[in-house]
Design a binder for this molecule. Sequence first.
Ligand SMILES: [Cu+2]
Length: 179
Amino acid sequence: MHTSPPSRRIPHLLRNSAAALAVGLLLAPASHAAAAPPVYVHMNGANMFLENVVVVRPGQDVVFVDQDTGAHTIIGYDPATGKTSTRFDGAVQGTPGPGHPVSTYAIAFKHTGLQFYYCSVHAELVKEPGGRTVAKKRPTVHGFGDPMAGLIIVTTDKKLLADNPATTHQKILPGYFGG
Ligand SMILES: [Cu+2]
C-alpha cells in the first residue's frame, strides 16, 4: 500500500490554514488581551468625552477619536496627588467633518487599575477640600456642562468588560461630527 507523508495528502491551502489554526490555538491564552479589538472614545464640539467611563483588559487599546473641528488633549492624572502623567499624554487634531480623516490617540495599560484623564484645553485640575484632585470644566468653555474628563477601568472582570456603551465598538460615529 502506498503511504505518503501526511503533509503530501493535505492540499497546500488546507495545510497552511491548519498550521495557522494550530499556531493560533497555541498562542491564544497569551495573546488574548492584545488581540481584543480597541475600545473607542469619541469627542465632538460638546467638549466632553462621550464615553467618559470605559473598561478594557490589560494590554487592550483605548482609542480616542476626534470628530470635532477643534483639537483636544488626553492627559492622565492621579487624583491622589494631582500629578499628570508623562506617558498618558495625548493630543488629537480636529477634522472638517464626515469623509475627512479623523485624528486618533491610542493607549493601553499593562496592569489593572483606574486611569483618570482630562483634556487640558477644556478642563482644569482642581484640588478639592479633602485633598483629592478632580477635573472641572473650564469656566470659559461652552458645552453641556460636563468637565472634559474621563476614567479608564483596566480589569479582567468579564462583567465590567461587557458594560461598555455600544458606541465604544465603533471607530467613527456617523452622527457625531461637528463643533
Ligand atoms: Cu478638549
